[in-house]
Write a protein that binds this ligand. Sequence first.
Ligand SMILES: Cc1ncc(C[n+]2csc(CCOP(=O)(O)OP(=O)(O)O)c2C)c(N)n1
Ligand SMILES: [Mg+2]
Length: 1008
Amino acid sequence: MATEISVPDIGDFESIEIIEVLVKPGDVINKNDPIVTLESDKSSVEVPSPLAGKISSLKVKIGDKVSKGSVLVLIEDAETKSEQKSKEQKKEDILPETEKIIKQAEQTIVQKPKTESPKKVYARPNGSDIDPIETKEWIDSLDAVISKDGSDRAHYLLKKLIDETYKEGSHRPLTRITPYINTIPPESEIKSPGDQNIERRIRSLIRWNAAAMVIKANKKNPELGGHIGTFASAATLYDVGMNHFWRAKNNKFGGDLIYFQGHSAPGMYARAFLEGRLTEKQLNNFRQEVDGEGLSSYPHPWLMPKFWQFPIVSMGLGSIMSIYQARFTKYLINRGLLKDEDRKIWTFLGDGEMDEPESLGAIGLASREKLDNLIFVINCNLQRLDGPVRGNGKIIQELEGIFRGAGWNVIKVIWGSYWDPLLAKDKSGLLIKRMNECVDGEYQAFKAKGGAYVRENFFGKYSKLKELVSTMTDGDIWKLNRGGHDPHKVYAAYDAAMKTKGQPTVILAKTIKGYGMGKSGESINITHQQKKLGEEDLLYYRDRFDIPLTDKQVKNVEFYKPGEKSEEIKYLKERRMMLGGNIPERTSYAKPIKKPSKDIFKNMLKSSGEHKMSTTMALVRMLTSLLRDQNIASKLVPIIPDEARTFGMEGFFQKIGIYAHEGQKYEPVDSEQLSFYREDKKGQVLEEGITEAGAMCSWIAAGTAYTNHDLEMIPIYLFYSMFGFQRVMDFAWAAGDAQTRGFLIGATSGKTTLAGEGLQHQDGHSHLLASVIPNCISYDPTFSYELAIILQEGLRRMHDKQENIFYYITVMNENYQHPEMPKDCEKGILKGMYLFKEFNNKGKTKIQLLGCGAILREIIAAAEILSKDYNIDSDVWSVTSFNELRNDGMKIERKNLLNPGKKPEKSYIEKCLGNKEGLIVAASDYIKTYADQIRPYISRSFYSFGTDGYGRSDGRKNLRKFFEVDKEYIVTYALSALAKEQLISSKYAEEAMKKYKIDKDKPIPTAL
Ligand SMILES: Cc1ncc(C[n+]2csc(CCOP(=O)(O)OP(=O)(O)O)c2C)c(N)n1
Ligand SMILES: [Mg+2]
């Protein structure tokens, strides 16, 4: 029996055109296979079949207009139909049943009678203990619970008690911050299995070589710079990870991903030197990269592509990029593309760096999405570049509050093991009180000024505390170490972080900036920039870390590497072998994605006929086609920050689902509609919410999955072009450095196509911003076939040939007809320009007209007017990319200048325009500088027009007139330019100005 399949609820749309029919009679289809594609001027969606079966007849054809209820096909399938019936039945049953349950529940809820009790007035203890005996009883009970049932039970009881008091009207105690002591008590610490003596020796050698490398470079050339203080404070934090926790990528395991703090790079080089991965020559060339044998200042995968994985030195980027990396890893796992191997993402950050909004801006996402694969280590050395991070407060406490508030697991590693006996001995509670009350400015001074100073100024505040340390020498007091320098404490914290489930972890480790640098740089304000150590300081550094170098060797700042058979080198290599290999190391074993067949976009190469559409819609159609390509479908990662509906992409919600780590726990309000808001654990769309920075980080994570997960993915991130580079330029720069592959789509682009929105939204420069990134290729196409050719080439170059480039393409929301692709223009589209049309009527003179994006159609219209009304011939060129033309011009000019004796080569622009007659007029929807870029490579009069100035809200026609890029202005300016060249009389331009009501006295748009 045949069943009719009709158009479901499609929202507010009526009479929508069918642009594709995807089935024919006789086809056997599965449930959810698409039957037709519908396209309005705002969106393009597929209609999936609600049933599986055989199509018996087709009731529609391409071009038909349909509405809700219009029959599309008849399908043979009795079985599913009966299933559907029983579903409908069920649906009806549910309501009364639910009602019953609600009623029952209501009856069981005990309604407490509200009794008016007299208001009690309690004694206010003012912070002091009004009943110490009672307090002791409570504490004893608590101790008993802890020893009998453990701290989790105690925590549960306390929470219950607090909830009870809250119900009675008391304030909840502030639990955002815990006392200024370690989160893990000594008795709960998991002990490191490592040999502490050897590990200390290795660490000392790494410290020495890292410092020596910076000092040597600066001896050679003081302008080279570098940092000693950052790594000096973080050495233990890295060492414990390297020796015990970080598992490398190999053929059995995907590898942990470590985001190293940029300024600690010298430490990573020093370790790699001991491991034999870097040579002494390379160390000698720290920060001297131009000859190709040097080491880059900071982690830059572009410069050291086999070593560094993550470009983080611009403060704040590491935090958010790693959060989205952790999220993307879970996305791949949940979509079934990656094995869950419990890999971790570790991120090292500076405490000063946490000032950056990007550092904290996405921490909510990490806890919301339960990213227990993410571990932050914040090196709290209490200093940034100029001075203390929070001199008047405590950065660790501040960060604890912020991260706990956001739902993270916070582990504070404040005090080293030497403090443990003191804390155990102090029954007065004064030691913790004193720890709590000191501010970071004081803590910094304690470590700069020595043991006697600490005795006097820290312990000396309370006589009982002074007494506590009375048997200790000043030297002993000085040795009281900070948690981040104690390998036992660090090990215990890392171990706990590794075992944490359901939450991301942040480790707040207290350290000393410039640890070991003595008077020249330990805990003093200039530490950060200390890159030279005098002889005396170097000798001190050697002695402090027991480096087996003679005085002479120290004075020569020699590196020290023990022999291959030494205990240290054997241990170090063995540890890394146990953990699977080297870190950091950048490799890729991703399989290329076969480029789609040429046929996939063939509709886009044809004329759209009467049908008008925007290039955004053309793109959505192409993506829909790609989702039908077996090789590509699962690899596409559409990324949108809350603008899917603006770009007509809501059809993707239903088709491929929105990624949601917990699936969809609610029935969406629009569930009856075709494009309902479908969230799914296996969802493919990354709907990011309103965060361009976050979306960009997802794009980077997806576009570098080929190296971080050995999976080639195709991220395509659509955004308002104005909120692209302008908003997230630093990320775009880092994306280039990281060799991200993928598409950035600047939608609703240009200054005059996005009508209405105004100054903040209208983009006239994103292409110029794109042009500064060396491996970014950008295009501003006008017609669907141009877009199709560009997209196909992008897929071929990035994902099939695996070139380390990315694409920026602008698309618009203006609807118009698209012509058929002219013959033989593919190469030109990709190179940046091709001859679109010639107007040859043997006119009085000729002109070359160049246009791109939204303004090409104005150029075409202007050419028609010039031909018809003024008898002027023209060649109309579609310039798909002034940026690509400039790159080519620059390359050829350089080559010619370097080969003065050879016959000069012609740039592509010259090849196009060299034999063509007439002056050149170019116009775009971007500021004039965009088109001006080709001026040096043209040996002819060249006039460029663009949209300089602030945007404003109005219709497209008025905006183009205002910015002087509409067809009338182009005609007028062309006539005027021809007059200036004495090719025609000036009267034509004067007449045109009158005819088109062009006001000569109107101020230039940049002044308005
Ligand atoms: C976005 C950005 N702004 C400024 C700098 C310059 N800068 C380099 S290091 C530094 C201080 C870093 O302090 P902190 O984060 O505490 O790191 P530490 O060296 O103390 O571990 C600054 C301001 C930078 N690298 N990036
Ligand atoms: Mg710091």
